[in-house]
Design a protein around this ligand. Structure first.
Ligand SMILES: *[C@@H]1O[C@H](CO)[C@@H](O)[C@H](O)[C@H]1NC(C)=O
Ligand SMILES: *[C@@H]1O[C@H](CO)[C@@H](O)[C@H](O)[C@H]1NC(C)=O
Ligand SMILES: *[C@@H]1O[C@H](CO)[C@@H](O)[C@H](O)[C@H]1NC(C)=O
Ligand SMILES: *[C@@H]1O[C@H](CO)[C@@H](O)[C@H](O)[C@H]1NC(C)=O
Ligand SMILES: *[C@@H]1O[C@H](CO)[C@@H](O)[C@H](O)[C@H]1NC(C)=O
Ligand SMILES: *[C@@H]1O[C@H](CO)[C@@H](O)[C@H](O)[C@H]1NC(C)=O
Length: 504
């Protein structure tokens, strides 16, 4: 179970080949043809995702690079974090009570009260000076001799009413997203995984070409006059790597909040009592604004057609995983999955492309259901499980494999490394490496279940379903009566020669 034959020094600074390291986890007491996912990725091998655990050091280093950066030390965020949201009920109540307290305090001058209302006009209603309109004109309230009445009126006038609990949850998340983005870009600007970014770019371009050539030969697309439209959609997809733009947007987002907050505080006399108020004013002024989530450090990748975004993790893998077959099986599979999102649709209601083959859809669904039936752990399978995710897994792996096939023509069976199984050594071939990498990038040490509302199938199902590819049987020499092979339906060819529908 332990690897002996290669040197495996992990160091926080030297290049770190996460795929090579992951071979330490392989459980040779389980046959790969029996349950490939759990052979490659045993239960308990990690707390959760292997890749995340393996990259804990990198995350820490990335975070450490920017602890002192302004975006990680915002005054407004500190106030937001310490606002006792359970004690403060709704934001309107808070603003009304604060008005009442000032109104009843004989030390507070009329101008101060007026100024307080003007701030609300400015930040909430976006009015300045005397140009307020209708219900946004609050200054008369300062002249009401009945403070209770005026404060009640104010409470019903400020329309953005939130429970503090909701507001802080919602906004802490927005701050976090902007900071992830900035930390990620900061690390890239520092030279971290820069090559990885261009490698991912290149990978996607190659896959795009491949996919287009497949679509061009897909009978169901041609016969329905949808081939050109599908090719057009495919051409639109690109890896979003404009990190300067992302940085500008996130800095703009955060700095506006911080500036408004500090300005509001500066304009009040008793800063201390007004921190929560000014935090609210600043947030209300930016209420519609969103941070930019295109660079991030946590484990994720997504397709916001036509833009594809990837975690820093995958850039690092693209840069530092030594053998190309290992990159293709892992990052290649993830990139293929994201690219495929543009082209996999529910045949009964396609959204982006004009037509999708019903037979392809049924084939994908059948394979996933069959895999679920064979390998269920805690749970799998659900009626509203989306075709998008299941199908993108399958097409994604096919794309990655086809690049592997081109690159390793004639040397798929070459030895990558040897691993020791009890007393014996076992050779891992390049083709096996490809499939192991797919399992490793998807490896969770936890027993898998279908999460409610999540379109993704559980990891064990995802990996065991997509290796229905003929390459897998070949690579591991799986007998026809093995559990893996028995769980395979006919290969689902989604695009390309031999794709179903119109073939009969
Ligand atoms: C002040 O207004 C409140 C609410 O409108 C009312 O209940 C109260 O009687 C008023 N107090 C005086 C002294 O008029
Ligand atoms: C606050 O959150 C709760 C639970 O998530 C939700 O039911 C409620 O509608 C939210 N309230 C507001 C004012 O957004
Ligand atoms: C599609 O195939 C035809 C030949 O069948 C070829 O002329 C055309 O250039 C191809 N288009 C693309 C985008 O590959
Ligand atoms: C796809 O197949 C299912 C089941 O065979 C059928 O109910 C559905 O009408 C088909 N949809 C289309 C668009 O052909
Ligand atoms: C997706 O996969 C699940 C198994 O994880 C299966 O139950 C479901 O039917 C599949 N859905 C589609 C539309 O492929
Ligand atoms: C598969 O078939 C072979 C040869 O017929 C047999 O030796 C083996 O035990 C079978 N394996 C399983 C898992 O049934």
């Amino acid at each position: 179970m332990k690897i002996l034959t290669f040197i495996s020094l992990i160091s926080a600074v030297a290049a770190f080949d996460v795929i090579r390291e992951a071979f330490r986890k392989v459980d040779d007491s389980k046959d790969p043809c029996d349950n490939f996912y759990r052979h490659a990725c045993p239960i308990g091998s990690d707390r959760d995702l292997l890749i995340e655990t393996a990259y804990a050091d990198l995350f820490f280093r990335i975070k450490a690079k920017s602890v002192d950066a302004i975006w990680n030390n915002l005054e407004i965020e500190k106030t937001l974090m310490r606002t006792p949201s359970r004690e403060l009920t709704s934001t309107n109540n808070f603003i009304g009570e604060l008005f009442l307290a000032q109104c009843e305090d004989t030390h507070v001058k009329h101008e101060e009260l007026l100024h307080f209302l003007k701030q609300i006009e400015h930040y909430v209603f976006k009015f300045d000076g005397s140009n307020c309109e209708y219900e946004g004109c609050l200054s008369a309230l300062a002249s009401d001799h009945n403070c209770t009445r005026a404060s009640e009126k104010l409470k019903t006038t400020v329309v953005i009413d939130f429970l503090f609990l909701n507001l802080s949850e919602f906004w802490e998340k927005k701050f976090r997203i902007a900071k992830y983005g900035l930390d990620g870009v900061n690390a890239l600007l520092d030279g971290e995984s820069k090559q990885g970014v261009s490698k991912v770019n290149h990978l996607i371009e190659r896959m795009q070409k491949k996919l287009i050539s497949w679509v061009n030969e897909t009978e169901w697309a041609i016969n329905n006059g949808a081939d050109e439209a599908i090719i057009e959609e495919t051409l639109q997809v690109h890896h979003y790597d404009n990190y300067a733009d992302s940085m500008r947007k996130n800095l703009q987002f955060l700095m506006k909040l911080e500036q408004d907050y500090l300005k509001c505080l500066r304009d009040t006399k008793r800063e201390h009592d007004f921190e929560t108020f000014c935090m609210l004013m600043s947030i209300f002024a930016s209420f519609e604004n969103e941070p930019d989530l295109t660079f991030f450090t946590f484990y994720n990748a997504f397709n916001a057609h036509p833009k594809l975004s990837f975690s820093q993790l995958f850039y690092d893998m693209a840069e530092n995983v030594g053998e190309s077959a290992g990159v293709l099986g892992s990052v290649g599979f993830i990139a293929g999955h994201e690219l495929s999102h543009t082209l996999i649709e529910n045949a009964n209601a396609p959204q982006l492309i004009p037509y999708f083959s019903n037979e392809s859809m049924q084939c994908i669904q059948n394979q996933y259901q069959k895999t679920c039936d064979h390998f269920v752990e805690e749970s799998c399978g659900s009626a509203d499980n989306q075709i998008d995710e299941n199908g993108s897994d399958m097409l994604g792996l096919q794309l990655a494999y086809s690049l592997f096939e081109e690159e390793y023509q004639g040397r798929m069976d070459e030895e990558y490394i040897r691993i020791q199984n009890l007393e014996e050594y076992r050779s891992i071939t390049m083709e096996q490496l490809f499939f192991y990498s797919t399992a490793f990038v998807a490896c969770s040490g936890r027993s898998q279940k279908q999460r409610l509302g999540d379109g993704h199938s559980p990891w064990n199902v995802r990996v065991n379903a997509i290796v229905q590819h003929p390459g897998f049987k070949k690579a591991f020499n799986c007998p026809a009566n093995s559990t893996m092979v028995e769980s395979f339906d006919d290969q689902c060819i989604i695009f390309g020669k031999g794709a179903p529908e119109m073939r009969r």
